[in-house]
Design a protein. Structure first.
Length: 103
């Protein structure tokens, strides 16, 4: 005989654990977003500071480094557009492509 009660309890336990995993993944995703955003801000700030100090005078594309960073990020499979910034990209995103062209 199968102990139905026990079976139910085990399923519920599993459900709880899955719920917990989801929360954990969600929290990690938020952290990742924050990191990506912080990293981007630092890159832009760094590029601006370099410009001010006078490094990289020969390449006159001002935010060149930030642009490269964004392109790399996009190619790594993340959104760089305002709408979905930092989240995983599935296929091409028109907004991302547009902001790549604008920068
Ligand atoms: Zn996008």
């Amino acid at each position: 005989m199968v102990d139905k009660q026990e079976l139910f309890q085990r399923v519920e336990l599993l459900q709880d654990q899955i719920g917990h995993f989801y929360q954990e993944i969600g929290a990690l995703k938020l952290l990742l977003n924050e990191l990506l955003e912080e990293n981007q801000n630092l890159m832009v700030e760094n590029a601006n500071l370099r410009d001010r100090v006078g490094f990289g005078e020969e390449e006159k594309t001002t935010p060149g480094e930030a642009k490269k960073y964004l392109r790399d990020l996009y190619e790594d499979g993340f959104h760089i557009c305002n709408i979905n910034y930092g989240s995983l990209r599935k296929g091409d995103c028109l907004f991302c492509l547009e902001s790549l062209q604008r920068t």
